[in-house]
Design a protein around this ligand. Structure first.
Ligand code: SF4
Ligand code: SF4
Length: 92
């Protein structure tokens, strides 16, 4: 038996849970292309490589992950992860 609760295992579990909680698929900015690619949690993984090009509003502030991770930015699908965005210009 594999020991349970190893770092990488629980991190994967956490990622799966965050993917399920992510509200991006309900967002006006999200596209069918992103849906086909099963893109989620841009706040953690960074920009959409090619599927999202136009900012039509962001519903991240209403997502439980924003609270959980203490996110101060939004529009991660276009602007990159929390860490990639300039800390001096929070837009929330
Ligand atoms: S904060 Fe935004 S990008 Fe992150 S999981 Fe929630 S809806 Fe998705
Ligand atoms: S990161 Fe924000 S703008 Fe982009 S799809 Fe998710 S909720 Fe919409």
């Amino acid at each position: 038996m594999e020991p349970s609760g190893t770092g990488s295992h629980s991190e994967g579990m956490d990622r799966d849970r965050q993917r399920q909680m992510c509200l991006c698929p309900q967002c006006p900015t999200y596209t069918p292309c992103a849906g086909d690619a099963q893109e989620r949690i841009y706040c953690v993984v960074g920009r959409s490589p090619r599927c999202i090009t136009e900012d039509l509003g962001c519903i991240c502030p209403t997502c439980p992950i924003t609270e959980e991770l203490g996110l101060e930015h939004l529009t991660f699908c276009l602007e990159g992860t929390e860490a990639e965005q300039p800390s001096e210009t929070p837009v929330r």
